[in-house]
Design a protein around this ligand. Structure first.
Ligand SMILES: [Zn+2]
Length: 325
């Protein structure tokens, strides 16, 4: 049967969102809750179930194709288990079974970057583009690879971790345990640390003011806001981050010859000049593929994860039923 709705769940380190989504990407109902990150995996599952029930009541259960869940984690896509998770206590947890035991619908779990990429591919900035790279700049740095129209996850599903590409082997520590990864330069904690260092000096006055005069309290958003208001010091911090991003993307352009690079996440969507700086680096340093690639900001904002997770649930349902997209 060709069902009309799917439920998409986007689990973040801070918030969980769930939406009841139509095939064309319209969200009928969306609910959100804080992630009970400290309370353990079962509390996180409880929160997810509550949100799913909150949106599912709107329609007949037979009309729901399934549930897609995006997690901020490396997912073994074949086994559908969590392999590694930095921000939440989910490593080794069989999230799909835990959720499926409490709902009446099939569940598919995937990495949140993949879900955001599927969302932008189906309904947003990458609509109709078969070869593109998604990169999400938020608290963590995630991403997705779309090759020949399909998300590419690697042999087991652990791939496309663009945020953990090495740009400097002896660089700053990354939350994942590595060093010098893109995330260790562009994640919110990294940008905030540079903002705090600048705010502690006289010249960092504008950044300090954004944090209410306390250099110790500077966040990544304070740096972004100071830069958008014209402060050169804040702007330089973000341009440096854009340069690092561009350096990593030169390799990706040379390797994959994508048509589009979509930059999303809270930082990516608020910082056009960071994205432009990365595009300049690609233009200066990549091989001939630089002429094929456009770099754009994502279009779906916070909704990308929910919409992509729902699209994944539709796809899994349709392939089970032998229906074609
Ligand atoms: Zn890392």
């Amino acid at each position: 049967m060709r069902t009309s709705y799917a439920i998409g769940v986007d689990v973040g380190g801070t918030r969980i969102a769930a939406g009841l989504v139509e095939r064309k990407g319209r969200t009928l109902k969306e609910v959100r809750a804080l992630t009970p990150a400290e309370a353990g995996p079962f509390a996180i599952v409880d929160a997810i179930i509550e949100l799913i029930e909150g949106v599912a009541v709107t329609v007949h259960p037979g009309e729901i194709a399934g549930i897609g869940v995006g997690l901020p984690a490396q997912i073994d896509f074949l086994k559908q288990t969590v392999e590694f998770c930095t921000n939440l206590p989910l490593a080794g947890v069989d999230m799909r079974s835990l959720i499926m035991s409490r709902v009446r619908h099939p569940v598919t779990v995937d990495n949140d970057g993949n879900c955001a990429g599927i969302g932008e591919s189906r309904f947003g900035a990458a609509k109709g583009v078969r070869d593109f790279v998604m990169i999400t700049l938020g608290t963590g740095v995630g991403g997705a690879l779309f090759l020949d129209g399909e998300p590419y996850r690697g042999s087991r599903g652990l791939g496309a971790e663009i945020g953990h590409m090495v740009v400097q082997l002896d660089g700053p520590p990354c939350p994942c345990g590595g060093n010098g990864h893109i995330e260790s330069f562009l994640g919110r904690p990294a940008l905030a640390a540079r903002g705090r260092a600048a705010a502690a000096e006289y010249k960092g006055e504008a950044i300090r003011d954004e944090a209410g005069g306390d250099a110790e309290k500077v966040t990544a958003e304070n740096v972004v806001n100071a830069a958008l208001a014209g402060d050169e010091i804040a702007r330089d911090i973000l341009l440096d981050a854009g340069t690092v991003l561009g350096e990593a993307l030169v390799g990706i352009v040379n390797l994959l010859n994508p048509k589009l690079i979509v930059v999303g996440g809270g930082i990516g969507e608020s910082c056009a000049f960071l994205v432009e700086r990365a595009a300049e680096v690609i233009d200066e340093h990549a091989l001939a593929g630089r002429r094929d690639v456009r770099m754009v900001q994502a279009e779906l904002g916070n909704d990308a994860g929910v919409l992509g997770a729902a699209a994944l649930a539709f796809d899994e349902h349709d392939s089970r039923e032998g229906l074609h997209r």
